[in-house]
Ligand binder design. Structure first.
Ligand code: NDP
Ligand code: 8X3
Length: 254
């Protein structure tokens, strides 16, 4: 029987690479994001390449009523979601605590924490009814350790780490797996978003070392998703070889 995965933030980076990986593995996909044109393109790509049945849902994860309407209103054929990948998220700015922008902070908390809560609550009734399901939350190494000027981004991912552990405990009796994956620096649109389109700053983040690529993280998601039903990978931290923790890198030229 075909499995259905819902991936938030499938228009770029990890979510896009994961959609491609899961399509290759025979999943039916619900892909979500705010950029409708990119979702449409991906639908066409996955259908042409793998014959994937794909459904695009365009919503902002911060908009609770849109999340409930779109996921709650799914056609019965799409309602039995086997795998939820809570991936949509972002960092905005990298500034000292007393200088950072309050609106950026609120956007990060609303997206990285509240967005995951809204989407998960909308998907859960189907999983609970079937006494089965797998939720993969995209944490970060910034959710395990803090770094200078990471303040609220790090806090949002620390909170998500706690939420993932809480979900695992509370959903135990329903037979639902909860996995948290915590990547280090990966070359996606992440830094471009963080530095608000400043390409020079974004490129500089990945200079002097070989960062993770979106496909590395997609492969990790697939590894977690493809374990036998009695096995759950609870918590997984992944960095490139040149990164030891949230702030220590082995870079050419220091
Ligand atoms: P990208 O910027 O490449 O992709 C982010 C995705 O999230 C996009 O598809 C974007 O879609 C979606 N998204 C962002 N905000 C919203 C929103 N409000 N509503 C709906 N969708 C949204 O970044 P990554 O792939 O790198 O990031 C994915 C996740 O991985 C994030 O949670 C990030 O914090 C985490 N992460 C990233 C690391 C890195 O170094 N790159 C390392 C560790 C964790 P759209 O704009 O179309 O809405
Ligand atoms: C993204 C990785 O180190 O830029 O979560 O915070 S980092």
């Amino acid at each position: 029987m075909t499995h259905i995965a819902l991936i938030t933030g499938a228009t770029a980076g990890f979510g896009l690479a994961t959609a491609r990986k899961l399509a290759d593995k025979g999943y039916q996909l619900i892909i979500t994001g705010r950029r409708a044109d990119r979702l449409k393109e991906l639908e066409t790509e996955l259908y042409n390449k793998f014959g994937t049945k794909c459904l695009s849902l365009v919503f902002d994860v911060r908009d609770k009523s849109a999340v409930n309407q779109q996921i709650g209103g799914l056609d019965p054929a799409w309602k039995k979601i086997d795998l939820l990948v809570n991936n949509a998220g972002l960092a905005l700015g990298r500034d000292y605590f007393e200088e950072a922008d309050m609106d950026d902070w609120e956007t990060m908390i609303d997206t990285n924490l509240k967005g995951v809560i809204y989407v998960t609550r909308a998907v859960l009734p189907g999983m609970i009814a079937h006494k089965k399901g797998h939720i993969i939350n995209m944490g970060s190494i910034a959710g395990k350790e803090i770094y200078e000027k990471g303040n609220v981004y790090c806090s949002s991912k620390h909170a998500l780490d706690a939420l993932s552990r809480s979900m695992r405990v509370d959903l135990l009796r329903h037979g639902i797996k909860v996995t948290a994956i915590h990547p280090g620096a990966a070359e996606t649109e992440f830094s471009k978003v963080r530095f608000k389109g400043d390409d020079e700053k974004a490129t500089a983040v990945y200079q002097g070392f070989q960062p993770l690529q979106p496909e590395d993280v997609a492969e990790t998601i697939w590894f977690c998703a493809s374990q036998p039903s009695h096995v759950c990978i609870n918590d997984l931290e992944i960095t490139c070889t040149a990164q030891a923790n949230a702030y220590l890198f082995n870079k050419a030229n220091g």
